[in-house]
Design a protein around this ligand. Structure first.
Ligand code: NAD
Length: 372
């Protein structure tokens, strides 16, 4: 099926999707080459193998673009790798007018965006997301970051990509675990901001969706819808002074669980899996603090467990998660602020929760029946 070019333009984003987005990208690349601007492409080992050949077959690069490679995964999102990339750009004589193309998932766009936004006080970058997580969420909105001392996104910038190009065809080589990881952020975006999108997502059986061709309209629609909702929120509040914090639903506890999973004796989990656990714990807090109905809580729990599965937590994990939570950036004036749900489609920011309730929320997840 052919999709026409779709351009979604807000103050904070230009997103191209549809088949002719390749043409638009080609036009931009020839413009850069015409101006003799250097083009760098950041890939990880997987996107080097699976996505770069597709990119190079679609895009007419007269001069070979320079490829920057990193190891795949969250552990590359750190200061050492950022320094290595700044050094690499310097060695290869990248100038202020050079452009960095981030071809990869959220790790590549967060790290590449951070490196580009700081190198020589900022060079332009373009995001070409290759995971569902990055297409539907991470590649738009202009947050860039690296982790520090295992704490997520401690150092970063707010800096917009020049544009984002969405090509769901890249998802063909992505495994199910990473597809599900992206789906968790899509569910979150619907839960905090769009009731009808949430109702629509509930009708999709993930098993069927994951078997649906990535050329199919459903994927295009889900991805564009999710990225579009996020951009509308970001447009209201780019620097996350208020409204944008809605998008943090599930992330205060999710980030802490993700950080724990990277410690010795734990099994690293994907960002989306961690967020899905965070959402269930924060839905528990939403029942207590922000009026989420029991019926909605049960529906969210059932859908999340059947879609994302259950991640076993031990009793000793709980204090460790709490210690990560207290180092999180959402701690202000000694209180822990959460984004919670009033109902699916509406989130309330700055909901202060006490430590006992947070512990109980984690305990309630730990004791859940995986076959809920
Ligand atoms: N900046 C934001 O607004 C924002 C929003 C959400 C998430 N994030 C960040 O995004 C990161 C998670 O992103 P992610 O889930 O994309 O992780 P990721 O970038 O690590 O990608 C997941 C895995 O998929 C591989 N991969 C990527 N594209 C592929 C393809 N087409 N085929 C086969 N393999 C492929 C990668 O090499 C990696 O192993 C986290 O660091 C999270 O904090 C940022």
């Amino acid at each position: 099926m052919e999709f026409p070019l779709r351009v979604s333009e807000t103050k904070v984003s230009t997103i191209y999707s549809g088949d002719s987005a390749w043409k638009t990208l080609n036009y931009r690349i020839s413009e850069l080459q015409g101006n003799a601007q250097k083009i760098f492409i950041l890939v990880d080992d997987n996107t080097d193998q699976f996505c770069l050949p597709v990119f190079l077959s679609e895009v007419n690069t007269q001069h070979n673009p320079e490829i920057l490679r990193i190891s795949p995964g969250e552990l590359s999102k750190n200061a050492e790798v950022a320094v290595a990339l700044w050094n690499e750009l310097t060695t290869r004589e990248a100038g202020r007018d050079s452009v960095l193309i981030n071809l990869g998932g959220g790790v590549v766009s967060d790290l590449g965006g951070f490196v580009a936004s700081t190198y020589k006080r900022g060079i332009p970058f373009i995001n070409i997301p290759t995971t569902l997580m990055a297409m539907a969420d991470a590649s738009v909105g202009g947050k860039t970051a690296i982790n520090l001392q295992s704490i997520k996104n401690t150092v970063g910038t707010f800096c917009l990509p020049e544009a984002t190009y969405l090509f769901p065809v890249f998802l063909t080589t992505l495994d199910n675990a990473n597809l599900l990881s992206g789906l968790a952020e899509i569910f979150k975006i619907a839960l905090v901001a769009d009731h009808s999108f949430w109702k629509y997502l509930k009708t999709l059986t993930p098993g069927r969706l994951l078997k649906t061709s990535f050329q199919a309209k459903e994927w295009e629609e889900i991805i564009s819808k999710s990225a579009g909702i996020k951009c509308n929120i970001v447009e209201e509040d780019f620097a996350e002074k208020n409204e944008r914090a809605k998008l943090n639903f599930g992330h205060t506890l999710g980030h802490a669980i993700e950080s724990l999973s990277f410690q010795a004796n734990h099994e690293p989990i994907s960002h989306g899996m961690a967020v899905s656990i965070g959402i269930l714990c924060e839905a528990f807090l939403s029942r207590r603090y922000s009026g989420l109905k029991e019926e909605d809580f049960k529906q969210i729990t059932g859908l999340f467990l059947s879609t994302f599965g259950y991640y076993p937590l031990t009793e000793t994990d709980i204090p460790e998660i709490l210690s990560f939570v207290f180092q999180d950036k959402k701690k202000s004036k000694g209180e822990l602020n959460f984004t919670l749900l009033e109902h699916p489609g509406k989130a309330l920011i700055n909901q202060s929760c006490d430590t006992t309730s947070i512990r109980e929320a984690l305990e309630s997840y730990r004791l859940l029946d995986p076959n809920f």
